[in-house]
Design a protein around this ligand. Structure first.
Ligand code: UCC
Ligand code: FAD
Length: 582
């Protein structure tokens, strides 16, 4: 009798089928292009310790760190503005997982690896690969790390007049000790503008008798407000209380966010931003109400001074974009072996595999570009880069940032679709990847602003950056052009390069309107040369040949294909504003 009662109240039957979830494999050993690049370039004598660490870390980011990253999203930061007694406290409350990411970043040497110089010119590549593995599991801790790396580079290069700042901040920014490790912010954007910083910056720096300054202004975006210090821009107030407008009035400042008593440095956290993604990050608006700061550039050299930081944080943006793509694809690949539809596993449908393969080509392309940029940066860090390599790095930095961010948006979106409805469900942990990708196209300079930066680089060097790229492409495709499998593809790259160079020379008046297409062309061509070269140097494997062929079959020179678009500005305007009544 009592058994009957139990059955009456037993759980409802929901059927025996449960979909097994995608599993994260070791993120280093599962990534063929990463591994082949490491084996190709890292010298034999240091390969073993570096690779041992990458294999270990590749496992850690797929397990412990991945779980922490998900926890960062589940427990977003909060701002406590007032205490129970009405006192303004502006306390940021971050999750234990976020704090743990800080400690892991220090322990793993995610900044230190690039600066300790243990592996000479390869230290930077090693750091970038670790960051690549870390980024999609970091719960966006990758963001403060990007700015910290940028600040470390700027501070390291400060002249001796700023030695106290160097002695105080630099060891902390590159520390492996979690208790010592500092992170940095990068406060450029104000209410009037984030792209046009020259017109946007209202913040005034009032000189003090001890050589410091008091900053008064409103910073519209501060990504990771729990940073210990920041680099920021302001206009020095002259004795007549006037400031110089435009870029020439901007100087760069070092500012510690908290004083010795851990109280905010005359800063009010006005509000937390309500964002589409990156919710793990404590992004806020800040009122600077006399914050104590120290000028670290010559007066009027603020933008030039902070551009060193931008170079690093833009490279982080690119590596995070490539890493986000790799992560979704790694999971989609695994899922294709677990999910059955129409009686078979997804991996057995050629159309699904083609979808994954197209994504794979994009990821390999983005990855090899990022790794090449890191390799060049490592040479620049250690003072052995040739002039050609430095020019190439100047050009490839905005190209890598703008191109990979756009790729990330489309690949991550396609990746979610590979999970069907489950790709849209929050507690799979997948949708966050798409939300967090959108910002990659916006912060650190939008696609158009970076396309204009490419023009800036060309103009400032009287075209030398293009000459460097041209030479590099030609030398990289040389061997491939002598192979049966890749000669036609190398020819396509050569043709595209010549056409693009010709376009630049003959259409200077179209430079602005064609800037984005030009940037895309230069990036696609350069990636093509990298993939061809990699295929040859890594033993002409089937997969490397296939990747290079696929990539080279795409439109390598949209700036030439879209030539007619640059004469239709009035039509574009009419098209966009037809029926607009505002
Ligand atoms: O968004 C932000 C933080 C987000 C969190 C970080 C996450 C990182 C990734 C993590 C992934 C998970 S911080 C805010 C970022 N803001 C921007 O990127 C600003 C975008 N706007 C620009 O980049 C503009 O092009 C400006 C602000 C640089 C334009 O300013 P101006 O005033 O028009 O600039 P000028 O006059 O052309 O340049 C002034 C000087 C020149 O030097 P000189 O005088 O010696 O010729 C330029 O050559 O600065 C130099 N310069 C550069 N140098 C300008 N840009 C560069 C550059 N990119 N590289 C080298
Ligand atoms: P706008 O300049 O208003 O751009 C609007 C549009 O116009 C863009 O599509 C742009 O490409 C286009 N455009 C502008 N000028 C031109 C032109 N001349 N030609 C063609 N197109 C043009 N900033 C910081 O300083 N520190 C931070 O920590 C920080 N964190 C951020 C965190 C998040 C989550 C976000 C979303 C932003 C953050 N930012 C930060 C701000 C960010 O860097 C800026 O929002 C970004 O640089 C764009 O500036 P804007 O918002 O003024 O855009």
């Amino acid at each position: 009798k009592s058994e009957g009662k139990q059955a009456q109240f037993s759980s409802a039957k929901i059927g025996p089928f449960f979909q097994s979830s995608p599993q994260l494999e070791n993120q280093y050993t599962g990534d063929a292009v990463l591994q082949s690049y490491v084996h190709r370039y890292i010298p034999e004598e240091i390969l073993a310790p570096i690779e041992t660490d990458l294999i270990r870390f590749g496992e850690r980011v797929a397990t412990e760190v991945y779980e922490l990253g998900l926890q960062c999203e589940r427990e977003p930061p909060q701002l406590l503005q007032f205490d129970a007694w009405g006192n303004r406290v502006d306390q940021l409350i971050t999750s234990p997982a976020w704090k743990r990411q800080h400690d892991i970043s220090a322990e793993e040497g995610l900044i230190a690896n690039a600066y300790e110089g243990k592996y000479g010119e390869w230290s930077r590549l090693y750091q970038v690969i670790k960051l690549f593995l870390y980024s999609p599991s970091s719960g966006l801790y990758s963001c403060p790390l990007a700015m910290t790396d940028g600040a470390a580079r700027v501070i390291k290069q400060l002249p001796s007049a700023y030695s106290w700042i160097k002695e105080r901040a630099y060891p902390r920014l590159i520390s492996r000790d979690p208790a010592q490790f500092w992170t940095s912010g990068q406060w450029m954007t104000e209410r009037r503008g984030g792209s046009d910083v020259a017109s946007g910056t209202e913040t005034v720096a009032v000189p003090q008798s001890d050589g410091s300054y008091r900053l008064h202004g409103y910073k519209w975006f501060s990504s990771a407000t729990d940073a210990n210090m920041t680099l920021t821009l302001a206009r020095v107030e002259g004795p007549d209380k006037n400031v110089i407008e435009g870029t020439k009035g901007l100087s760069l400042f070092y500012l510690e966010v908290f004083d010795e008593q851990k109280k905010l440095n005359n800063i009010q956290v006005q509000k937390m931003k309500n964002k589409l993604g990156t919710r793990q990050l404590p992004t806020a608006e800040l009122l600077l109400d006399g914050a104590v700061a120290y000028r670290i550039s010559d007066e009027g050299r603020g933008v030039a001074g902070i551009s060193n930081m931008l170079t690093i944080s833009r490279i982080h943006n690119a590596l995070s974009s490539a890493a986000a793509m790799r992560r979704i694809l790694s999971m989609a690949r695994d899922y294709s072996t677990r999910r059955k539809a129409f009686g078979d596993y997804l991996k057995n449908y050629p159309l699904h595999v083609q979808t994954l393969a197209r994504m794979e080509v994009e990821v390999r392309a983005a990855t090899i570009l990022v790794l090449e940029v890191a390799r060049l940066l490592g040479r620049e860090d250690t003072g052995i880069a040739s002039d050609q390599e430095s020019l190439l790095l100047r050009l490839l930095t905005p190209l890598a940032k703008l191109y990979t961010a756009k790729q990330a948006m489309s690949v991550v979106s396609e990746g979610l679709e590979c999970f069907g409805g489950q790709g849209y469900i929050e507690d799979t942990g997948l949708p966050g990847l798409l939300r967090d990708s959108q910002v990659l196209t916006i912060w650190e300079g939008t696609t158009n602003i970076l396309s204009l930066d490419v023009l800036r680089a060309i103009t400032k060097t009287q075209g030398e950056v293009l000459v460097a790229l041209h030479h590099s492409v030609m030398s990289k495709i040389k061997k491939a052009s002598q192979t049966q499998e890749l000669k036609d593809h190398s020819h396509r790259v050569k043709e595209a390069t010549l056409k693009v160079m010709n376009f630049v020379q003959t259409n200077p008046e179209k430079a602005q309107v064609a800037a984005r297409d030009l940037a895309y062309s230069l990036t696609r061509i350069y990636i093509a040369s990298l993939l061809l070269d990699h295929a040859v140097e890594c033993g002409m494997t089937r997969t490397d040949i296939h990747t290079a062929q696929r990539w080279c079959e795409g439109d390598l020179a949209p700036v030439v294909s879209n030539l007619s678009h640059y004469n239709t500005t009035p039509e574009d305007l009419h098209l966009v504003f037809q029926n607009y009544s505002g």
